[in-house]
Structures are given as C-alpha cells and as structure tokens.
Design a protein around this ligand. Structure first.
Ligand code: SAM
Length: 388
C-alpha cells in the first residue's frame, strides 16, 4: 500500500512485446527509486507513455490518448502528472515531438531503458527476456532500424543471469525477444544502409544491400541455437518461446533444435509479409516464397506437431492484383495458425517511403486486408498446411 508521501507512476504501453518488456524495465527503475505503481493514469504523479511507430495508426493512437489526458486534466481542474514519452515515436527527435505534442514534459530515449535494468513483472510464471535490441534488416517499409537503431545483442552472461534470477523466483516460461532473434550473437559487418540513405537521397532499390550482407555467416552452430540449449539446461524452465525470426537466416540447425528440444514451444512465428517474390524483393526481405516454404516444410517434416503463424502486409506500393493473388494462394495452402495482416503504412524516412509512391488506394488496401483476414484467421483455422 502506498503511503501519502510516496510518489506514484503509471505506464501506458502501446505496441509490441518489446515495448511491453521495456515497460517492465521502466517500472523496475521507478520501483528502485521508491515509487509505487498507481491504479490509474488519472491519479499518478508521473505518467509514462510508451509509444509505437510501426504504422501511422499506432502513432495516432498515442497522440489521441495524450489528447484525452490533456482534456481530462483541463476539465477536472486536477493537478496533472508529469508526462514522459518513450518508445518508438522518440525517433522523431525532441524538437519535433515537443511541438507536435505540447503536453509532453520529458522524452526518454528507448536506448536508455537498458537490458540490465531490474523489472517489475505482472505475470509470475512467464517472463519476456530481451536478447537483442534494434534491427539491421532494413526491410524497406520498416521504421524499426531508425526508431530502435542498429541491432545489438545482449551478452550471454547478462541473459543467463536474468534466467537464473527468474528460476530462483519460480518462473517456468520465457519468451526471448528481438527483431530478428536468429542473428543473436552473430558478428555484424555493418553495411552502411543509413549512410547510403543520408548521402544519396536519390538511391533506388538496386542500391540497397540485401539484409543477409549485414552478418558474417555462422561457420559453426549459430549462437542463437547455443543460447536455446543453454536456457534449456535449467530444469525449472519448462517452456521457451522466441520472436521474431526471419526466414532467410532460419538455419537448419535451428530447425533441428526446435524439432528435438521439446522445451521450445511448438508454435513458430515466421513472418512472410507477401506471397509474391516481386513484392518481397521491393520489401528487401532477403528471401523468396520458395525459401519460406522450404523452412516450413522442414519444420513440419521433422515435427508434425509444429504450428506456424505469420505477419502479412497488404497494399505495399505497386502491389498488383496478380501479386496480391499470389499471397492469397499461398495463404490458402499455408493455413497459418494465426496471421497478423497489416495495411501498408508509409513511414517517413524509410526506403519504401522514399523510393515508391503509396499508390494503392485505402479502400483497395482494406478490401485486400479483409480477404486475407478471412482466409487466414477464420476459414482455414485448425487445418494442416499443404506445402508445395
Ligand atoms: N522483426 C519482425 C520482422 O522482421 O518481420 C517484425 C517487426 S514489426 C514490429 C511487426 C510487423 O509490423 C511486421 O512483421 C510487419 O508485418 C508490420 N509492419 C512493419 N512496418 C509496417 C508498415 N510500414 N506498414 C504496415 N505494416 C508494417
């Protein structure tokens, strides 16, 4: 129970699991400073808004929430809390953000949240564990490499210390988080996407290096597989999940590890984004639908209990009806367990925003979204994939 002199905080979190995990660490920082968590943003001393920028709609939601916060305190006459903005919207920079959302008092850059910060967790059985931050993939549509910066792997020692601590506290399930967990611990070559983009505003898709070129190919067991094995050594850990994986570096050893290590969850999340190779090329995803199917086929051949889910973007620039149909056909065959279908949202600063006009009308994007959502999430649920 809070005594009256104790200051309180409240965190409103938007977006993905990485944001939820960051919020647990921000809570840890508040707890270490003697704050207590308030039940409601209307009654706290400090309000942290952890934002998402993956689509325009996500940014609009955060702005809408902050607008409502402003209205509430204006109308009620109550003292409003200190408002701190963090998360992926911080990539806009301080100057723009203070102008855009004047109610903000402070901006907390996400890279200051840190891996080693203690956490306050609501769930006492399952824990999110960040194993890397940032992203080097530079998929042309994606804001993450700009909002979260370059990929940085957390050290093995730091991850294992956290797992040991979780085990001591009685946790049994962990989910390892990273934008591309497969590349955890791999040596980075640091191909200068950003430099290229800053120096040459007129670059084309052909100028972009493939995302595979960012890493040294593992010559032995990939470090991520070794990490999975090390965490599995704890008897008390019963279930291990991870997200997200990229199809292009889903190595055979990872497939074998999933198939044989039954502590790893049988659900594998593997974003495809499009069923058209031409669109995948424009997205700079670094794989073809054939490669995607090969990974899925190997997984299912080795363990038929495995189920696969995915992410898809509809209405990517230039997506023709025929290209969309390729995604529809693939969806009918793959029968994903779950598919997060998103409408393409141009993100200022990204390569697709610079190179391609956002030329699919919103009504058409919505039509495509509805078709795929129906196929993936309603009509084929529970059926087995037919991988050709
Ligand atoms: N790192 C993962 C990957 O490479 O597939 C997922 C990253 S992202 C946080 C989650 C999903 O948001 C993506 O898989 C993609 O489907 C969707 N997404 C990302 N950028 C988008 C954009 N500009 N418009 C629409 N959807 C987008």
């Amino acid at each position: 129970m809070a005594d009256d002199s104790q200051k309180s905080y409240f965190i409103h979190t938007f977006g993905c699991q990485s944001n939820k995990s960051d919020s647990e660490r921000i809570s840890g920082d508040y707890a270490a400073r003697g704050y207590v968590e308030a039940d409601d943003w209307r009654t706290c001393d400090e309000l942290v808004v952890n934002t998402c920028a993956i689509r325009q709609r996500a940014e609009d939601k955060a702005r809408g929430f902050l607008y409502n916060v402003g209205v509430f305190f204006n109308e009620s006459g109550k003292q409003r809390p200190k408002i701190i903005l963090t998360g992926c919207m911080t990539h806009h920079g301080q100057e723009k953000l203070y102008k855009m959302i004047p109610i903000i008092d402070e901006i907390l850059p996400i890279n200051e949240v840190g891996f080693n910060q203690s956490t306050v967790r609501k769930d006492l059985k399952h824990a999110w564990i960040p194993i890397s931050t940032g992203c080097n993939s530079f998929c042309t549509y994606c804001i993450v490499p700009y909002s979260r910066g370059r990929e940085q792997s957390r050290s093995l020692e730091s991850i294992m210390t956290e797992v040991q601590d979780l085990v001591n506290k009685g946790f049994e399930e962990v989910t390892l988080l990273g934008m591309n967990v497969n590349s955890w611990g791999l040596e980075k070559l640091g191909i200068g996407f950003r430099k290229l983009m800053m120096e040459n505003k007129n670059y084309t898709r052909e100028d972009l290096p493939d995302n595979q070129s960012q890493y040294l190919k593992p010559t032995e067991t990939p470090p991520f597989v070794k990490l999975l094995r090390a965490i599995s050594e704890f008897d008390q850990i019963k279930k291990i999940r991870f997200m997200t994986s990229n199809p292009w570096d889903f190595h055979d050893e990872l497939i074998d590890e999933i198939a044989t290590n039954k502590k790893i969850d049988r659900y594998v999340h593997l974003p495809i984004q499009s069923g058209s190779n031409a669109v995948l090329y424009r997205m700079n995803r670094g794989y073809t639908t054939e490669r995607y199917s090969e990974v899925c086929r190997k997984l299912l051949e080795k363990d038929p209990e495995i189920v696969i889910g995915t992410d898809i973007i509809v209405g990517f620039p230039g997506e023709t009806e025929a290209e969309f149909e390729e995604t529809v056909e693939l969806a009918k065959r793959m029968k994903w367990k779950v598919a997060f279908v998103a409408i393409y949202s141009p993100r200022p600063g990204t390569a697709s925003w610079r190179i391609y006009p956002d030329d699919i009308p919103h009504a058409e994007k919505k039509r495509r979204w509805e078709i795929l959502d129906e196929i993936c999430n309603k009509s084929t649920m529970g059926e087995r994939p037919i991988i050709v």
